[in-house]
Design a protein around this ligand. Sequence first.
Ligand code: NAD
Ligand code: UD1
Length: 355
Amino acid sequence: MMKSIKNKKTISESTILVTGGTGYIGSHTVVALIAAGFNPVIVDNLSNSKASVLDRIKKITGKRPPFYKLDMRNRAALNKVFQKHQIASVIHFAGLKAVGESVAEPLRYYENNIQSTITLCNVMAKHGVKKIIFSSSASVYGQASGIPIREDSAPAPTNPYARSKWIIEQILQDVYIADPGWRMVLLRYFNPVGAHESGQMGEDPRGIPNNLMPYISQVAVGRRNKINVFGNDYPTSDGTGVRDYIHVMDLAEGHIAALKKMEKKTLWKSKQNPIIINLGTGRGYTVMEIIQAFSKASGKKIPYRITKRRPGDIAACYADITLAGKLLGWKAKRSLLDMCADAWRWQSRNPQGYP
Ligand code: NAD
Ligand code: UD1
């Protein structure tokens, strides 16, 4: 709620800084924030997204949030945003996320992801803003010892991208130890897929998609000939890999639940801080099940061929979602068919992605 206007600053309890807010998950979360009555302010360097997503946010919500094109490592530029807006909390999505690229360019990944977070925390502390939600990843678990994966499963990241997330989690933990005034929620996402139900916003990867769902979408829309299924000799129901796919709007709403928990002092009773929570659906699907569901949702044939396993892949990975339900009162609502239908609506209406 807006309280007053003073010194050109927007004084509002509900102003949320969204770093990486023009990206895939960030943009969907911005829509969910506006729907929930928050005022998002976006910063992004557009290294992996386009400013035209802001037009789509306006189309869906009727609002165009303030946007600043800046690199998170630019402390002076970030400081100006905090001077201009009275930020209540930060949702920190900004980061590089391609596993293969991180193996080839580890220093770029460590520098970008870790330095961005350090600069952000410094600027936040300077302005007395001490509430942060951080985008971590199920990849910090690596080859977990048991499934479903619980948050107390020992982290064992297997590549620089995942390691950068794990290092950031530990840095945030140290920041909290030094100053328990911080409130931190570290969300470990499983496999976000799908798109906003309007078909206006979705995932728009650059180049050849690394991940299954965007690749299948591009096959369905005719941009690619067939999907390679990486191995059918895993110990799973049909031999193909199992993952916990979660609709991006469910994921976005998980952030709203976390934000509300952080904002309400009465709800913030956790002794464990930072709080680490899995965001997934708690159930896994095989690659073949995803291909079939997408084919059904799109009415298109999805040609595929079985190839060898992708190095580094694991057989099965899905979340234990008990903690998310208990601490956030949140649960994913959308089905696999919703994920495919919404991804298809986006892809078929925007075959080449954002303009
Ligand atoms: P994305 O690439 O679509 O969005 C990230 C955004 O951050 C991009 O818009 C990019 O331009 C921006 N960015 C990167 N470095 C920046 C910097 N130094 N300064 C300013 N902006 C910068 O990715 P996404 O899928 O929306 O993921 C968001 C977050 O969630 C990332 O931190 C990612 O690691 C994490 N995550 C994603 C997945 C997934 O499968 N999509 C899974 C687990 C965790
Ligand atoms: C990938 C990332 C992981 C990240 C996660 C969520 C790798 C090695 N890991 O994992 O760090 O947290 O995405 O976004 O990139 N598959 C095919 N053909 C394809 C693509 C994928 O058969 O063209 C299979 C894979 O073998 C896997 C499943 O589909 O069994 C899902 O793959 P993907 O979407 O890449 O996600 P993850 O493997 O979970």
